[in-house]
Design a protein around this ligand. Structure first.
Ligand code: SAM
Length: 280
């Protein structure tokens, strides 16, 4: 019998430790261990990796990651009530699970992790988006992580993998596709969660590229893309006003017509523009 089988079912864990879901923490739990194993497998081979898990809650995905052979899991959870449930999992997998209590937006986990590192999380979507942008925009590349396997609302997931010309194409698509291969690994209906959220969800898997697809400074690219899509219906000569002097010249030098709109510009074009803007 594997260690996962010696632990009580998640419904029992939730009842024993009084883990009623809190909306304020975005708590929609995954209680089906077949499903959490499937998400863990979407992260790829975990055998020789440390895994950073953000928001383990009662530990369904944590159990999946450990059962799938993760060398070590570092889990960061904000809700103190989850600690006893997570301590039971740590006891079932001696030396393989470390739990930190706190806000993942404030904790720097690297001191507790040994490369190669993969990230897996089922988080409230606003925290997930903020972390995703941070993980995609460090000044240097490659980053600390090899891959990210993250749950999002279905429309946020669509924004990460969207192509130019699509309504969902925007800042997340450009930043994700600039430095990683991003794809949707799994689709989940609301009933997969307890309690069910209002919307469907998707697991997105991003593999870090060894080097960015095109050269650009991460800060400048983020600034240009944010401004371009902030007013996505406007022509770039209007949307990007204030980003750089000589805007129209910079756009032309990057091979972009000033009358185009952000939605039409591929990642390569935004990187060319970021290089032009960085010259000013
Ligand atoms: N991973 C568990 C699962 O799949 O059942 C729980 C998922 S639930 C959607 C999100 C979890 O993230 C909750 O346990 C919540 O307490 C935790 N959380 C929310 N905001 C957080 C933050 N800023 N830092 C760390 N954990 C957070």
């Amino acid at each position: 019998m594997s260690a996962i089988d010696t632990l009580p079912p998640l419904r029992e864990v939730i009842a024993t430790h009084g883990l009623s879901a809190r909306k304020s923490l975005g708590q929609n739990f995954l209680l089906d261990l077949n499903l959490t194993a499937k998400i863990a497998r979407a992260a790829g081979d975990l055998q020789s990796c440390d895994v950073l898990e953000v928001g383990p809650g009662p530990g369904g995905l944590t159990r999946g990651l450990l059962a799938e052979g993760a060398r070590h899991v570092l889990a960061i959870e904000k809700d103190r009530r989850c600690q006893p449930a997570l301590a039971e999992i740590a006891a079932a997998y001696p030396g393989r699970l470390t739990v930190l209590e706190g806000d993942a937006l404030e904790i720097h986990p690297l001191a507790h992790l040994t490369p190669p590192i993969k990230v897996a999380a089922n988080l409230p979507y606003n925290v997930g988006t903020e972390l995703l942008v941070r993980w995609l925009t460090p000044p240097a590349w490659p980053p600390f992580w090899q891959s990210l396997t993250l749950m999002f609302q279905r429309e946020v997931a669509a924004r990460i993998v969207a192509q130019p010309g699509n309504k969902a194409y925007g800042r997340l698509a450009v930043l994700a596709q600039w430095r990683s291969d991003a794809r949707i690994a799994l689709q989940l209906p609301p009933e997969a969660f307890t309690p069910p959220p209002k919307v469907s969800s998707s697991v997105v898997h991003l593999e870090a590229l060894p080097a960015p697809r095109y050269p650009a400074d991460a800060d400048v690219l983020s600034r240009v893309v944010a401004a371009a899509f902030n007013q996505r219906r406007k022509m770039l000569r209007a949307a990007l006003k204030g980003v750089t002097p000589d805007l129209e010249d910079r756009l032309r030098a990057a091979g972009i017509s000033p009358t185009e709109r952000a939605e039409q510009i591929p990642v390569e074009g935004f990187c060319a523009l970021a290089r032009e803007v960085a010259k000013t």
